[in-house]
Design a protein around this ligand. Sequence first.
Ligand code: C2E
Ligand code: CA
Ligand code: CA
Length: 359
Amino acid sequence: MVLVQWNGWEDFLEQFAELDRRFNNLDVLRSHSHRLLLHAGACIVERPDGSRRLDAQALAELMDCTRYARDSVGETSASEAALYTADMKDRDVAERAVVALARTALEQGEFTAYYQPKVELATNRIVGLEALVRWESPQRGIVQPNDFIPLFEKNGFVTEIDLHVLRQACTRLEERLAQGLPVVPIACNFSRLHLQRDGFPERVRAIVDEYAVPVDLIELELTENIVMEDLERAKAICRQLKDLGFRISIDDFGSGYSSLGTLQDLTIDVLKLDRTFLMSSESGERSRAILEGVVGIAEKLHVTIVVEGVETCEQAAMLLQLDDGVIAQGYLYSRPVPRAESDRQLDGAVLEPHEGCAE
Ligand code: C2E
Ligand code: CA
Ligand code: CA
């Protein structure tokens, strides 16, 4: 904590930049090619009565404010400072309330898997499902994952949600298999936090083994940034998961910085192209050529391509023209739906696009 003379935000940022330079000029850092990222939060001390004293309580509140400001910075690739505003505290209080409710909500079964179909473009057949969590809160209604998964990633609770969704997927598969109904592989999302802990592959396998479900009906979706964080570790874990019989898919490909080059060493089955891929491919020839290239290389690597966010007939037609082996997932076919509705979709086996695209 430092107390500095306030001469406006620009001046503060200059002082902060100077501090950043000095730190990163230290020999210990430079000699190892390391870089320190500084995150700072600032809060302005007002002394309207001109007194030079701050009592202990006022000081403690100020320190809290600087922390709110600092924590608002989030993950960055450069040093960054933020100035406290009142909404930061409100947001923090709201987030804490959500997190405090989470465990009870889990015990009371408020977290439910919805399912979105993956469709083979050439035939409109459902070839897979993705399980996506929803929080059915008695107070707040259906809460979308973007409103709570990031919070649970901060405190680690997301790993429990992931395993809970996995169990629901296993239960569903087990019940359908027992009734002799058709099944397709179900993909579950796994947060990067799982991979930082040892024994993850064995732990997931042990859960699946509690159910009468063949392990290759479970697909693990790992986001591409997991892979980029520690490629060697990701390689080892994918190998183990593969040896245990799981299908592996790399999610959100194209949203970050990984390349097909880094992926070729991974034992994966599916590459999911992020929605942004599709959106940019509509913007011009060049982006379409990139999409074409990715699909071509993936094919050589024997990796199935799933394109996310297919919303229009034009997009589906464009993909089909590109390659008839491509799998599509998107609102054109179905939004994520509750289990009962997803069961009906599966029993029908073929899912026509909403808009009834022309042949
Ligand atoms: P994601 O894994 O990339 O999931 C795809 C998201 O895209 C889903 O949002 C899905 O509803 C949405 N989507 C599907 N088709 C379309 C489309 O045609 N257009 C548009 N605009 N969006 C489409 P959702 O269900 O809100 O999930 C958001 C994110 O929350 C997921 O992104 C995933 O990162 C995370 N998430 C959801 N469930 C879980 C979970 O059980 N565990 C973990 N760790 N993360 C989860
Ligand atoms: Ca996913
Ligand atoms: Ca995705």
